[in-house]
Design a protein around this ligand. Sequence first.
Ligand SMILES: [Zn+2]
Length: 204
Amino acid sequence: MVDVQNDFCPGGTLAVPRGDEVVPIVNRLAENFRSVVLTQDWHPAGHLSFASTHPGRSPYDTIAAPYGPQMLWPDHCVQGTRGAAFHDALRIPHAGLVLRKGLHRTIDSYSAFYENDRATPTGLAGYLRERGIKRVFLAGLALDFCVRYSAEDAVRGGFAVVVIDDACRGIDVAGSVRATWLSFTALGVVTIAAGEVAGAAVGQ
Ligand SMILES: [Zn+2]
């Protein structure tokens, strides 16, 4: 369950349109799973991904980071702030792990598995493997960034990946939602609706 945090919901600093709509959906979805991981974007102030860190730059500009192109965002999900907290209505008390990402000031991290240099692991793959988990279901915010990158890295890590499409919402910058669906198709990521999960998730 990816980044269902205040700053990504309406009223937040990097609001995903209708992002809050996923909250009741993921609350219900989670009841189908024994193993639930919640991720949380969790940046230090002055993070590389913030446009405000780069004088003269605006949100949604792209800069050349040492690890490649990096889109700039409004300040969001600063560690310990209300914006970084989970949405108040999120209720997944049996979640076993809260994984925080984007903690390094100089590397962004969309994916729950690797930071944006694609080389610094978060440890999530090891956590899942040690627990014998072979298939991951993804939902949350935003579809075309953190959910997308998490799905792609999960495939590369050897996991079977299912994205619950109506339990995600996208930002859609420069065709990024369409690019996400094309990527999922190319990689064999399965997409299903929340209503189909109860049957698919048996034994997870
Ligand atoms: Zn972020």
